[in-house]
Write a protein that binds this ligand. Structure first.
Ligand SMILES: Cc1cc2nc3c(=O)[nH]c(=O)nc-3n(C[C@H](O)[C@H](O)[C@H](O)COP(=O)(O)O)c2cc1C
Length: 216
């Protein structure tokens, strides 16, 4: 495996085949992903793997609540974003839009698609106990990176779904996750649909000069 190549190639998958991912493969993936480092090796993550009928039931609930509450994928900022970030958000929209089937409204595709894990046969829900402060979310971010790259290296696709955190209470209730856990992120996992043009959309990145400062 060429890790640099995997990093270059990985992208979010927004159309999955129905083909399920077997338990053994998911276990291998999770055993690689949980090799992720964490501060003081705390491994503060807790992971629920949802497949089959349970996955369908979860998505049905999320889509229902989405329609009732009119929630939308948002940057999670405390105040209005400076133009540079608005521009990046617009850039993502611009690369996805031309790759959607004709007459597909973008917001619907993203919001309902997210609640449906874009049809992925498995949804992975990562939570953290509320005993931990927000600095421990860094550990979850590292785990997420390992999970996405590991899945890609194993021939699968993933899409992280932050939108589901808007439905934290419902998720905890339906999956019997205790009250004192915080839902941090969901991830759709499965096999990318090779015929779906949306899976060919490649998001851009800011030039290094915009995000890196050198001091020497
Ligand atoms: C923490 C996090 C939350 C995300 N939440 C969503 C989401 O709710 N819905 C979605 O379609 N994509 C979501 N994404 C995917 C991002 O839009 C995507 O990673 C970004 O546009 C870069 O594209 P790439 O993954 O194809 O490189 C999320 C990504 C991250 C890291």
């Amino acid at each position: 495996m060429d890790l640099i190549k995997e990093m270059e190639e990985r992208r979010s998958t927004r159309a999955f085949l129905e083909r399920p991912v077997g338990r053994e493969k998911l276990e291998r993936l999770l055993s690689f992903a949980t090799r992720a480092p964490s501060a003081i090796n705390l491994q503060p993550w807790e992971i629920t793997v949802v497949s089959g009928e349970e996955r369908v039931r979860l998505s049905r609930l999320l889509v229902k609540r989405l329609r009732e509450r009119n929630v939308s994928c948002a940057p999670g900022a405390k105040k209005a974003l400076p133009e540079v970030f608005v521009e990046r958000q617009r850039g993502l929209r611009d690369v996805i839009f031309p790759n959607l089937p004709e007459n597909t409204p973008f917001e619907n595709f993203i919001n309902e698609g997210s609640c449906n894990f874009y049809g992925a046969p498995t949804a992975i829900i990562i939570v953290i106990d509320e005993i931990f402060s927000s600095v421990r979310l860094t550990d979850i971010g590292v785990l997420l990176g390992y999970l996405m790259l590991g899945a890609h290296a194993m021939g699968m696709g993933t899409c992280p779904i932050g939108l589901i955190t808007a439905f934290e209470d419902e998720i905890k209730e339906t999956l019997s996750i205790p009250d004192q856990k915080r839902v941090v992120i969901g991830v759709g996992v499965g096999y990318p649909d090779p015929d779906a043009s949306v899976n060919r959309a490649r998001s851009e990145r800011a030039p290094l000069g915009d995000v890196v400062k050198w001091r020497d």
